[in-house]
Design a protein around this ligand. Structure first.
Ligand code: ZN
Length: 321
């Protein structure tokens, strides 16, 4: 809805019953139009840097981040000038949802896919997704040989990449590539010697025009500290943060958030998940910087939008079914 919706004050209510009838019909029509105006509801409040524009829609925004509601796991679609990057593909059981989401976005081929790390809730869905939506390129983090999983999930993941014919690269801090006019810098893993798969997560800094988005996989505080001591900390300031490790209290430490200062934060986790994600303490840490915290378990698909011309941001959510 482009027009402003105003609720009349009590003394502005129509007086006679005919007007009341017309008034109630108008209110009903406006409500129906508002409900039909998209599958998403708009949420908003103040953003620290960019103008919030509640009318900014998916079709207007050259840059979009879709945190797909995949239950307990991660799958995030980035669109920059029509170019696509899918970060993670959740568990195998979430693949049908991811495929239908991508198809719903008109995507039949991905410019790039990224596996943040080799756990099933991040790579499990790739084989089925790639069978429908082929990636042109595939990236993953470097990690030490002793952490190479022996799981069937990992085997299937490797087979799926090979079958897709995608160009395949392992990246670490300092590597960079572009997606449309977005510049993507790899902040982590800092080295191939991180102590765990979570701490070997691919951490991506995506800069598009005036904004920066950070995607942290399941990075935990040890790797946050390594990045803080390695990377120019001014690189960490971000408009949008995908909070690490499903909002666990093992991630999003105060020292890291102090540099990121997110204006928007998204957490991907399942309803009533057994890990208790997101942690209350993580939410408290994030609240020190923003009241724009979105959680897939509560709000469904989360779509962050940015319009280059107006510098406006917006967040839309699908709601839960
Ligand atoms: Zn995970």
């Amino acid at each position: 809805m482009a027009g402003k919706k105003q609720t009349p004050l009590p003394d502005q209510q129509p007086e006679n019953s005919k007007n009341k009838f017309i008034y109630s019909i108008l209110v009903t029509i406006m409500t129906i139009i508002a409900l039909l105006s998209g599958q998403y509801s708009t949420q908003h409040s103040q953003n620290q840097e960019n103008t919030q524009n509640q009318n900014l829609t998916v079709s207007d925004a050259e840059f979009q981040v879709h945190v797909i509601d995949v239950g307990q796991g991660d799958s995030i679609l980035i669109k920059a000038d029509g170019k696509t990057l899918l970060i993670d593909a959740a568990e195998s059981s979430a693949a049908p949802k991811i495929i239908s989401y991508l198809n719903g976005q008109g995507i039949t081929e991905l410019d790039c896919a990224a596996a943040t790390h080799m756990h099933a809730d991040h790579i499990g869905g790739f084989p089925k997704v790639f069978a429908s939506v082929r990636p042109k390129a595939m990236i993953e983090p470097v990690f030490q040989d002793s952490l190479i999983p022996t799981t069937k999930t990992y085997e299937k993941y490797l087979d799926a990449i090979q079958a897709s014919g995608a160009e395949y690269k392992a990246l670490k801090t300092g590597d960079a590539f572009s997606l449309g006019s977005a510049q993507i810098t790899v902040l982590g893993p800092v080295s191939e010697h991180a102590s765990s798969l979570n701490n070997s997560s691919l951490v991506l800094r995506v800069q598009y025009d005036d904004i920066v988005c950070l995607f942290t996989g399941d990075m935990e505080t040890p790797e946050e500290k390594t990045i803080l001591s390695t990377v120019d900390n001014s690189q960490l300031k971000a408009t949008f943060l995908k909070a690490g490790h499903h909002g666990s209290d093992t991630s999003s430490g105060t020292a890291f958030l102090e540099q990121v200062q997110p204006a928007y934060a998204a957490i991907s986790c399942g309803v009533d998940n057994k890990y208790g994600h997101p942690a209350e303490s993580t939410l408290e840490h994030l609240k020190a910087y923003t009241d724009q915290i979105y959680i897939t378990a509560q709000q469904g698909d989360i779509v962050f939008l940015y319009d280059k011309d107006t510098k406006a941001c917006n967040v839309l959510t699908s709601g839960k079914e």
